[in-house]
Ligand binder design. Structure first.
Ligand code: RFL
Ligand code: PHB
Length: 388
């Protein structure tokens, strides 16, 4: 087989890239290791920056999002039984969209199907060859090895995929910070506790109240890294959540059976460069942020924004400026999101080795947020998303 762009990974980054390229007349094939039902059952992100909303709109993918998503004007940062409202709309005239990654992925698969896009699922043993200059990809489907020749490879295969590993050690530089805790997440078919998200700093650890729609809520608790889902009955989860959020929210909380429960570790990670010859790294393949800033999916979309424009300029105008500068352009935005996500994580969590000094700094920072419009504006500007 032959295509212009071989895309490894059928998550949001890979599917969106394939879709935007297709609309510009550029051919691609997406290779996904998992089954479609598996990809569509993963519960992940919930908050879209407005830049992400606009990108999806421009790709003709926004119809259901605008019908079923929820536009939020702000979030609440809670500590010591008080809630500070970060009013994006009043501070900056900006908003975010609450619309689950599962739904975004659904819309992307539907759009790929409608245009006859080639997405090959359950592709095993995907291997990159011929880099940096003469790329091709092999994989195994139904026991048969297949080969795809291509002009470019887009590595959209997440943190554990093979694309980043294809860069030689002499070229690849990685930066990592692993946090000493994880997030225990619960999805429940209950109404959200509040109209907006609540990020809670508490002596017992961080908690987050999020949502998918009027009947579906998503909650998270900071837990020790070595903790297990089996240690948490639904009752234990709800009891602990009530302790960590403001009393009035706890009094409003509607509990019910969990429909999903999982633990995710938190890390910050960046791989540089994001391009090596004919290989690009996109989304989680190149960088990971802790979920506290709600940035992971949004960064995947901004990478796709830069790369799709670069490839369109390459094929349409023979202009390689975007391709040549993809890595530095994407990384400039990535590092700002890495910084913000690290800052939100540091502001809101209890660290096992936190000294009294550290706790006073944290309390001072939250107090500053409460009393400074400038501080709230900085948070709002980063949370709603820096420009592409
Ligand atoms: P994905 O979604 O991981 O997709 C990569 C795809 O590549 C496939 N793959 C392979 N395919 C072929 N061959 C191989 N060898 C392969 N190896 C892997 C995988 O099966 C998969 O389908 O990466 P992508 O597309 O870059 O998208 C990134 C986002 O999924 C991720 O950043 C977000 O989910 C992060 N995230 C959040 N982001 C936000 O913007 N806002 C949020 O509110 C938010 N909350 C979250 C999150 C992530 C979380 N977890 C579980 C990590 C909350 C949580 C709890
Ligand atoms: C979610 O709804 O899953 C969610 C929302 C905001 C975050 C992280 C996760 O910061």
């Amino acid at each position: 087989m032959r295509t212009q762009v071989c895309i490894i990974g059928g998550g949001p980054a890979g599917l969106l890239l394939s879709h935007i390229l297709h609309r510009a007349g550029i051919d691609s094939i997406v290779l996904e290791q998992r089954s479609r039902s598996y990809v569509l059952s993963r519960i992940r992100a919930g908050v879209l920056e407005w830049g992400t909303v606009t990108e999806l709109d421009q790709a003709g993918l926004g119809e259901r999002m605008h019908r079923e998503g929820f536009v939020h004007d702000g979030v609440l940062i809670a500590a010591r039984n008080r809630a500070i409202r970060i009013d994006f709309k009043a501070l900056l005239g900006k908003q975010v969209m609450v619309y689950g990654q599962t739904e975004v992925t659904h819309d992307l698969y539907d759009a790929r199907d409608a245009m006859g896009g080639r997405v090959i699922d359950e592709a095993d043993g995907v291997t990159l060859h011929g880099l940096p200059d003469r790329p091709f990809v092999t994989y195994v489907k139904n026991g048969t090895e297949e080969r795809i020749d291509c002009d470019w490879i887009a590595g959209c295969d997440g943190f554990h995929g093979p694309s980043r590993q294809a860069l030689p050690k002499s070229i690849l530089k990685t930066f990592e910070k692993v946090y000493p805790f994880g997030w225990l997440g619960v999805l429940s078919e209950t109404p959200p506790v509040a109209d907006e998200l609540i990020y809670a700093n508490h002596d017992r650890g961080f908690a987050l109240c999020s949502m998918r729609n009027e009947h579906l809520s998503r909650y998270y608790l900071q837990v020790p890294l070595e903790d297990r889902v089996e240690n948490w009955s639904d009752k234990a989860f709800w009891d602990e959540l009530k302790r960590r959020i403001p009393h009035d929210a706890a009094a409003n909380l509607v509990t019910g059976p969990s429909v999903e429960k999982s633990i995710a570790p938190l890390r910050s990670f960046v791989a540089e460069p994001m391009r090596w010859g004919k290989l690009f790294l996109v989304g989680d393949a190149a960088h990971i942020v802790p979920p506290t800033g709600a940035k992971g999916l949004n960064l995947a979309v901004s990478d796709v924004h830069y790369l799709s424009r670069a490839l369109i300029a390459h094929y349409r105008d023979g202009d390689d400026h975007g391709v040549d500068h993809y890595s530095e352009t994407a990384l400039a935005r990535v590092w700002k999101a890495i910084r913000f996500s690290w800052w939100m994580t540091t502001l809101l969590h209890r660290f096992p080795d936190q000294t009294e000094f550290d706790q006073h700094i944290q309390a001072g920072e939250i107090d500053y947020l409460e009393h400074s419009v400038a501080a709230r504006t900085v948070l709002a500007e980063n949370y709603t998303g820096l420009p592409f």
